[in-house]
Write a protein that binds this ligand. Structure first.
Ligand code: G1P
Length: 290
């Protein structure tokens, strides 16, 4: 029996330099895709997949993210008084249960591995999901994390979502090398963070959704730095790979790397097109531009 995944970690301490000046004051995770902040899309993915505890690893001045997931009685009063039922329902729809949101501050921007390490007390000794809010996966049926949890239930171990990227872009990602297939999934035999294209073992990039065993935390303790001088989760995974299985999953769905401007804009269009009330108008507006 595999231990159930109840907790999810969301690293939200990044500086968002690629989106300056939009992110000078506002966290990049609050940039909106249609009418929901990036972080809300990703938190909803986790909640819909059955996650019960939400752990934000925040930087300084990121309290707006925690505020976003708290009740706002003044706003609710005004909406009630004005009979704004749809808006009230929308706020209620993503309201997380009381006591399920936790946060910890990452004092220094030392990398993704360090962000996860900062959450060690909140993670405890159980498997956890890690979701990077930069990346959205638009699915028709089960969301990406739910698909991964199905694989986890069948195989246990550690699960990493991957997707193919053009070979000349591998340098922006962690990249995996696959080994033998184990029924419906492939074992990962190696991982490397931000390889040069000629050194990359494949074009399968780590997407930003992980299910990890708590033993990973021990490998983050040494604070060894890797690519970009940062403490990398990929390096810790490579170390844990010697002791535990890692499986790669290619989720059904379309991936948007919202850490890039083009990816972020494409996500806005794609998510608008799936909304029946917006679809026709958006298509008409795009046609006017082309
Ligand atoms: C992080 C991970 C990398 C992964 C990427 C996905 O990199 O370290 O392995 O491929 O997210 O977006 P970052 O984008 O934070 O540099």
């Amino acid at each position: 029996m595999t231990a159930r995944v109840r907790k999810a970690v969301f690293p939200v301490a990044g500086l968002g330099t690629r989106f300056l000046p939009a992110t000078k004051v506002m966290p990049k995770e609050m940039l909106t895709v249609v009418d929901r902040p990036l972080i809300q899309h990703v938190v909803e993915e986790a909640r819909d997949a059955g996650i019960e505890e939400f752990i934000f690893v925040t930087g300084h001045s990121k309290s707006v993210i925690e505020e976003h997931f708290k009740e706002n009685p003044e706003l609710e009063q005004v909406l009630t008084a004005r009979g704004k039922k749809a808006e009230l329902a929308e706020l209620a729809r993503y309201q997380l249960p009381k006591g399920s949101v936790h946060s910890v501050i990452q004092e220094e921007p030392l990398g993704l591995g360090h962000a996860v390490w900062c959450a060690r007390e909140l993670i405890g000794n159980e498997p956890f999901a890690l979701l990077l809010p930069d990346v959205l996966v638009q699915t028709q049926g089960k969301n990406c994390l739910a698909q991964m949890l199905d694989i986890y239930a069948a195989h246990g171990g550690n699960i990493i979502a991957v997707y193919p990227v053009p070979k000349d872009q591998v340098q922006s990602y962690g990249v995996v090398a696959l080994g033998e297939r184990d029924e419906d999934v492939s074992r990962i035999v190696s991982l490397v963070e931000k390889p040069k294209p000629e050194a990359a073992p494949s074009n399968l990039a780590i997407l930003g959704r992980y299910i990890l065993q708590p033993e990973i935390l021990a490998f983050l303790l040494s604070r060894e730095t890797g690519a970009g001088g940062e403490i990398q989760i990929t390096d810790a995974m490579l170390a844990l790979l010697k002791e535990q299985p890692f499986y790669a999953v290619q989720c059904d769905g379309r991936v948007f790397d919202c850490g890039s401007k083009a990816g972020f804009l494409a996500a806005n269009i794609a998510y608008a097109l799936e909304r029946p009330e917006l679809r026709d108008t958006v298509i008409a507006e795009i046609e006017k531009l082309t």
